[in-house]
Design a protein. Structure first.
Length: 206
């Protein structure tokens, strides 16, 4: 089942990558056709310089109007083809919510929540959130010391499985917590409350 799930996720990832490449190819082809047409009109002297200057002015005005769209398109291309922080089937945390990558497009990504709700996020917005890769090493962090007699620590470790296997991840997390507890018991490391002061008062009864 795990092999089938991994192969299925890989097939979806390759398919979405091909789709994004096709979308980018159509965009680049359209731009090249316009440039080729302009050069062809100049060589055949069909269009004069004044006409081209007029159309260039209109194109600049149009680009100014849709500048945000062009900016988002450029950021999406960088995010998908350069950064490429995840593939289909990976688990990704967006705004503190763990979700599964369902589909990747050139301009947006489709995520699947734990309750199977689909969420669409623009790639330009995801790129601005600065996603991080998981580190392959464990980390122990001292969070705080309370009253000089209690220390709170946190252990961050990585899984060797993909994050799409959420149930398996929870099982391994529980096993890790139980293993840490057993090690502490074997080393006789425990915690006892400090001695407490008890104040006795004598009450006079008539």
């Amino acid at each position: 089942v795990k092999v089938y799930t991994s192969r299925k996720a890989l097939a979806h990832s390759l398919n979405d990558t091909k789709t994004a490449v096709k979308q980018l190819n159509k965009l680049v082809t359209a731009i090249l056709m316009v440039v080729t047409l302009v050069i062809w009109l100049l060589l055949l002297e069909v269009a004069t310089t004044k006409v081209l200057l007029f159309f260039s002015t209109q194109m600049v005005a149009l680009a100014f109007i849709i500048r945000n769209t062009c900016k988002n398109l450029f950021e999406s291309i960088i995010f998908v083809f350069v950064m490429h922080p995840y593939d289909v089937g990976d688990r990704f945390v967006v705004d503190g919510v763990p979700m599964l990558v369902e589909e990747m497009n050139l301009l947006s990504t489709v995520f699947l929540k734990l309750d199977n709700e689909k969420v669409y996020y623009p790639n330009a917005l995801l790129g601005a959130q600065n996603p991080h890769h998981w580190s392959p090493i464990h980390t122990v962090v001292v969070k705080e010391i309370e009253n000089m007699n209690k220390m709170k620590m946190a252990l961050y470790s990585n899984h060797t499985i993909t994050f799409q296997e959420y149930s398996e991840r929870n099982i391994r997390r529980s096993e890790q917590a139980l293993a840490i507890k057993k090690i502490l018991d074997d080393l006789h490391i425990d915690y006892s409350l400090l001695p407490q002061h008890v104040h006795l008062t004598k009450s006079d009864k008539n």
